[in-house]
Design a protein around this ligand. Structure first.
Ligand SMILES: *[C@@H]1O[C@H](CO)[C@@H](O)[C@H](O)[C@H]1NC(C)=O
Ligand SMILES: *[C@@H]1O[C@H](CO)[C@@H](O)[C@H](O)[C@H]1NC(C)=O
Ligand SMILES: *[C@@H]1O[C@H](CO)[C@@H](O)[C@H](O)[C@H]1NC(C)=O
Ligand SMILES: *[C@@H]1O[C@H](CO)[C@@H](O)[C@H](O)[C@H]1NC(C)=O
Ligand SMILES: *[C@@H]1O[C@H](CO)[C@@H](O)[C@H](O)[C@H]1NC(C)=O
Ligand SMILES: *[C@@H]1O[C@H](CO)[C@@H](O)[C@H](O)[C@H]1NC(C)=O
Ligand SMILES: *[C@@H]1O[C@H](CO)[C@@H](O)[C@H](O)[C@H]1NC(C)=O
Ligand SMILES: *[C@@H]1O[C@H](CO)[C@@H](O)[C@H](O)[C@H]1NC(C)=O
Ligand SMILES: *[C@@H]1O[C@H](CO)[C@@H](O)[C@H](O)[C@H]1NC(C)=O
Ligand SMILES: *[C@@H]1O[C@H](CO)[C@@H](O)[C@H](O)[C@H]1NC(C)=O
Length: 858
């Protein structure tokens, strides 16, 4: 349950105070005295387990400072605002202390036997205490037989000469020397640690080996005969030469995880004198069984051939945050065990078929945040064990290189289309791309075994009516937030997009500008448990629209007016915050439902508020009384009838408007068909005159394709039997070899009308303009308007007026514009055909009216 909530609604984790007691006090187990201006150790119960004394003014700790606290496990004494003196056996009254935190103190005096008696001490924190080499040489840690973690970071230690008592610290596993000033470490210094195993040996940020030159012959292997799980030598300014010398020096020592982040290897841009790592750089690690190598945060520009060849055991290689721009052939040869390769945050621009050769075990490649635009088709095909490919935030425009995988991240790329989906996948992440057509959603859903599909932040808004969904798809989670599904659904199509998703459990439709939910859109979602409709524009939920087994519904930030509680019967969690409730009596059922329902209502009561009437704006629904509503019943029912009447009228009006704006094309087709059926042969018989053609269509040859599809196919008899007109156009009817002018003249005179399709190309075509003038001159001589001008595309008045002959025509006559809305085309063509067939007498007024109508619609 919490899981779903987390997913769908985001659980607000109430930050609980660390301990249930007030500051500067104690209960049986915890004594909380941080920031209490203490100068001495306070008296606490002998049952105390945690004593927290940081951020005070305690200056002295001696053997008598603490009462005998047998139960005490944790003592925090860090960050005292005065210099601290710690005397002999200062903590001996705390025999079971496990953790002693003295971090960030200015320790002026530390008795060499200060820590004696702490035989159970597991962790000792001495970071940032101004300690010098003496802390290591003085035997301060002798007899701490349980000491496992020792934190000496951020001190003033210059050399690691260790007291011989370190040899007895058999529990010591983790030792932290980060941020000191240890410029070299040689074999002699760490002798007491030989034969030991460490989980962490931290030497980060010490300028180790980079400040002073090292004579490795003398220095030898500092980690001889040691086994380290993690050796952190990052941030030491290591160049390729230092890394190479170090690798050779520690030859044979076991290091499972070598952290070499924040190095200075690599040429970056332009620094030709600084080398990228090569075959020799890591060669000395050939016997160290390195499993994990972190080379992140550096300047590696080119991955050289066989650079990692010796790292046969390497499983994880992190090259993120470098400047990698080229991958040489055979760069990854030898990495026989590598499973995870991280090259994120680099500068790769293209990937080639050969780039990942030599990685037989690779399962995960992280390439996010590069600039990859081009990927050769077979780049990943050979990687038989590859499961996860992360290509987020690159510049990818096609997916034809994707093999079948479990997990694919492609978010934040430049995908506009998805052709060629030939792969299978379990999880596909495609957020933040530029997909517009729902056709891609339909095809993605059909990917075998797909369980999770993330398509947030695309531009899904276009629906091709011919799409059909498949049945019984495997998808379980679908993320479609931040698209524009409203635009797709308001065309009346794609309402069946979720039809096959019988296994879907979680669906996000937030931020889609939805002002309605298509009837039946969730009909087959019998497995759906969580639905987010957050941040849409829904005003109502029609009964039965929600899937039957829905448990969690987020419909916050919509415009719900007065929801019907019966819609929510199956729910266990509901978020209705930030809606625009109308607090009138109609809402009283919902208000009393809210007050007594078992459904967990998410969010604070103050976020469920009225938006109307004005006197109630912002008032929580929980603080509204519904008592008066019952007395008003009669009045209410009258008001209700009026309301219904008003609603019905308004709905009818809206429907009419909707039909006119959205479905006028369809209506026109119906009307037209009926007309034809009734007056079937009327049109044909009505005319016969001397013209060879009904109309000469004059257009630029560059527009031919479009004209053919938009006009000729729908009007000319040769294209279809249903067409009525006998048209003339250059591509078909002009006599070859004849003078072009003569052809044009013949066409104009042998056609009843001349239709000029004025487009951008038309205006640039001399012949077209010539034909226009010629047709216009025939108008003058005939005293009737044979010329019909159709403007195509977004030509401005100004662009038309630039041409003299057109200017003359436009000033005196109306012209037509090709409709922008597809559904108006049928109507437009019909009008045009009527115009062409109309015989012009002297009845100018009539034609004027007709044209008026045509132009206003466009
Ligand atoms: C500690 O002393 C400061 C300054 O004198 C005072 O502001 C603060 O309230 C004191 N804190 C406690 C817990 O007494
Ligand atoms: C704690 O002190 C009380 C007396 O105050 C004593 O009776 C009890 O035995 C002590 N408990 C431990 C665990 O020392
Ligand atoms: C270490 O502790 C043992 C008893 O556990 C004791 O005999 C020995 O004297 C201690 N050594 C030092 C140096 O304190
Ligand atoms: C690396 O070792 C070689 C040979 O011992 C030495 O000449 C060179 O100076 C060393 N380089 C660095 C940076 O320590
Ligand atoms: C490992 O490297 C050393 C030199 O660094 C070389 O002598 C040795 O032959 C190498 N061993 C293998 C197995 O490659
Ligand atoms: C390097 O990558 C590994 C795994 O790919 C990851 O666990 C680690 O956090 C990364 N390190 C850095 C500094 O990003
Ligand atoms: C790769 O490294 C980046 C940056 O350090 C990190 O955010 C990412 O999680 C790593 N990828 C993997 C798979 O560990
Ligand atoms: C639906 O698909 C599942 C596997 O995803 C299969 O087990 C089940 O039989 C299918 N049901 C129908 C009705 O096809
Ligand atoms: C909510 O229910 C309680 C009883 O469970 C009742 O006293 C209270 O008046 C109700 N509040 C509203 C706003 O209905
Ligand atoms: C709420 O839960 C109680 C028991 O937990 C149950 O008796 C009651 O019928 C439930 N009410 C509704 C409206 O589901």
């Amino acid at each position: 349950m919490a899981d779903h909530l987390d997913l769908l609604l985001g659980v607000v984790l109430v930050a609980s105070p660390a301990f249930g007691i007030s500051p500067c006090s104690f209960d049986g187990r915890i004594a909380l005295f941080r920031f209490c201006n203490l100068t001495q150790i306070p008296q606490v119960l002998n049952t105390t387990e945690n004593l927290l004394l940081s951020f005070n003014y305690i200056s002295t700790v001696t053997a008598s400072s603490f009462p005998f606290l047998e139960q005490l496990q944790l003592l925090e004494l860090g960050t005292q605002y005065t210099p601290l003196m710690i005397g002999k056996e200062a903590f001996r009254n705390l025999p079971n202390l496990r953790i002693l935190d003295l971090g960030q103190n200015q320790i002026n005096v530390l008795h060499p036997d200060a820590f004696q008696g702490l035989s159970n001490l597991f962790e000792l924190r001495l970071f940032s205490c101004g300690l010098s080499n003496a802390i290591l040489r003085g035997g301060y840690f002798k007899n701490l037989s349980s000491l496992t973690r020792l934190d000496l970071s951020f001190n003033q230690i210059h050399s690691l000469y260790l007291h011989s008592s370190f040899r007895e610290l058999n529990s010591l596993k983790s030792i932290d020397f980060a941020l000191n000033k240890i410029f070299t470490i040689c074999e002699d210094e760490l002798k007491p640690l030989q034969g030991k195993m460490f989980s962490l040996f931290n030497l980060k940020a010490n300028n180790l080996y980079s400040r002073v030159s090292v004579d490795w012959e003398k220095c030898k292997n500092p980690f001889r005969n040691m086994q380290l799980d993690t050796l952190d030598v990052s941030g030491n300014g290591w160049t390729v030469a230092i890394t190479e010398n170090f690798s050779n020096a520690i030859w044979g020592s076991q290091i499972s995880s070598l952290i070499l982040a924040h190095h200075t290897m690599g040429s970056d841009f332009g620094f030709r004198n600084i080398k990228d790592p090569d075959q020799n750089t890591f060669a000395g690690l050939n016997r160290s069984s390195v499993i994990q190598l972190d080379l992140s945060h550096g300047f590696i520009f080119s991955l050289n051939s066989e650079v990692f060849k010796m790292l046969k055991d390497l499983k994880i290689l992190n090259l993120s945050y470098n400047k990698i721009n080229t991958i040489a052939d055979r760069a990854f040869y030898g990495l026989d065990s590598l499973q995870i390769l991280n090259i994120s945050y680099n500068l790769l621009g293209e990937l080639h078929n050969s780039n990942f050769h030599g990685l037989p075990s690779i399962a995960y490649i992280d390439l996010q945040k590069n600039h990859i635009g081009i990927i050769q088709k077979e780049t990943f095909i050979f990687l038989k064990k590859l499961q996860t490919l992360d290509l987020r935030d690159n510049a990818i425009t096609t997916i034809n290189f994707i093999p079948s995988l479990a997990t694919i991240f492609l978010g934040g790329n430049k995908l506009v289309t998805l052709s060629d989906i030939h792969f299978t996948a379990d999880f596909i992440h495609l957020s933040e791309n530029r997909l517009e057509s729902l056709a891609y959603l339909y095809s993605l859903l059909q990917i075998p075994h797909l369980r999770i599909l993330i398509l947030n932040q695309n531009r899904l808004s276009f629906c091709n009516p011919s799409l059909t969904p498949s049945e019984n798809l495997s998808l379980e989670q679908l993320f479609l937030g931040e698209n524009m599904l409203q635009l797709a659904w308001e065309t009346g199509f794609c309402w069946d997009v979720f039809k096959g998703l019988s296994h879907l459990q979680i669906l996000y439709l937030n931020n889609n500008y939805l002002n309605f939910l298509p009837p039946g859109v969730f009909n087959n979602l019998n497995a759906l448990r969580g639905l987010s409709l957050n941040s849409n524009r829904l005003t109502a939920l029609s009964p039965g629209i929600l899937p039957p087994n829905l448990e969690i519904l987020d419909i916050s930030r919509n415009q719900l007016l007065s929801p019907d509680p019966s819609s929510f019967v199956s729910l266990s969690v509901l978020d209705v915050t930030h809606n625009k409730f109308i607090c009138e009596c109609e809402l009283s059922t919902f208000i009393s439902w809210l007050n007594q329902t078992n459904v967990t209502i998410f969010g604070s009561p103050t976020d469920i508020y009225c938006m109307y009437p004005d006197s109630f704006i912002g008032v929580s629904l929980y603080s509204i009384s519904t008592e008066d509503c019952n007395e008003e019943k009669v009045l209410k029912s009258l008001r209700f009838s009026l309301f219904i009447l008003f609603t019905v009228t308004l709905t009818l009006l809206l429907m009419t408007t909707l039909i006119v704006t959205k479905f006028r094309g369809v209506c026109f087709t119906c009307y037209n068909t009926t007309w034809r059926l009734v007056f079937k042969d009327h049109a044909q018989g009505s005319e016969s005159d001397t013209y060879k053609y009904d109309a000469y269509f004059c257009f630029s040859s560059k527009d031919f394709e479009w004209v053919q599809n938009s006009f000729l196919k729908h009007l000319d008899t040769q294209y279809s039997d249903q067409n009525r007109l006998n048209l003339c156009f250059e591509e078909r009817d002009f006599v070859p070899g004849e003078n072009h002018i003569a052809n044009i003249q013949a066409a104009v005179w042998s056609s009843r009308k001349t239709v000029c399709l004025v487009s951008r190309h038309f205006l640039r075509d001399g012949w077209c303009l010539e034909a226009f003038s010629y047709a216009q001159s025939r108008c003058l001589s005939d005293l009737n308007s044979v010329l019909i001008m159709v403007v195509v595309g977004s030509l401005s008045q100004f662009q038309l007026m630039k041409h003299q002959s057109i200017r003359g025509f436009v000033q005196k006559h109306q012209y037509l514009r090709w409709p922008e809305d597809l559904q108006d085309i049928g109507w437009f063509l019909d009008k045009l055909a009527q115009r062409i067939l109309k015989r012009e007498k002297a009845k100018k007024d009539d034609s004027h009216i007709q044209l008026q109508t045509i132009t206003t619609i466009s």
